[in-house]
Ligand binder design. Structure first.
Ligand code: GRF
Length: 201
């Protein structure tokens, strides 16, 4: 199944999805990578794999709607059926989200519903959490609130800093994101009409 990946930066989760998709038995193929930041490191990384990678900068458009329309055009031109957000740092409009309802997923560096939003590792440490982790979920209009597909817990160590904790959570992200995308692409999971996650028997 063809997949578009949207990034804004480093693209390590994008890299994990590309690496997984090199296996001939993997049910998804990354057909395009789109970044709102022209200097995103992930664009170069994707090109090294021979994957079409394009920048669609917000500054090139008069409005958020025009910017999103250009991204939708790029996704549709690639033939992608699914969209994977991988560190895409812009809030998507309801229209955009609805265009890909049940076909767009995101990775978030916390065990949702705890710590939606930014600075998740700092907040988990400040709260005194002993476990933290990451979540892959369907994208819905409310940020970081869509139905959950997969999670992995990571223990918080006594001497963790936001950086050391982030690094271990990132390793878990690189495990669960390819797994969740495979589940979606192979029909093992879908978003139900009521917006709940449905797993195949
Ligand atoms: C990851 O921590 C992801 O969970 C969050 O943004 C970060 C992106 O990192 N949404 P990368 O660009 O995939 O390396």
């Amino acid at each position: 199944q063809p997949v578009a990946v949207l990034i804004s930066g480093r693209g390590s989760n994008m890299g994990a999805l590309i690496a997984a998709s090199l296996d001939k038995d993997y049910p998804a193929r990354i057909v395009t990578v789109i970044s709102d930041k022209p200097d995103a490191k992930g664009l170069d990384h994707a090109r090294e794999f021979g994957i079409n990678a394009v920048a669609v900068p917000r500054a090139d458009f008069d409005s958020k709607a025009a910017h999103e329309a250009a991204i939708i055009a790029a996704i549709d031109a690639s033939g992608a059926k699914f969209v994977a957000l991988a560190g895409y740092m812009r809030l998507l409009s309801g229209d955009f989200v609805n265009t890909y309802a049940g076909r767009m997923i995101n990775i978030h560096p916390s065990l949702l519903p705890a710590f939606a939003g930014l600075a998740t590792h700092e907040r988990a440490l400040a709260t005194g959490c002993r476990v933290h982790g990451c979540t892959v979920h369907f994208v819905t209009e409310a940020m970081d609130e869509g139905p959950i597909i997969e999670q992995e817990a990571v223990r918080v160590e006594a001497n963790d800093t936001p950086e050391t904790l982030a690094a271990r959570v990132l390793e878990a992200e690189h495990r669960i994101y390819p797994k969740a995308l495979a589940m979606l692409a192979s029909g093992q999971v879908r978003m139900g009409r009521g917006g709940q996650t449905r797993f195949a028997d």
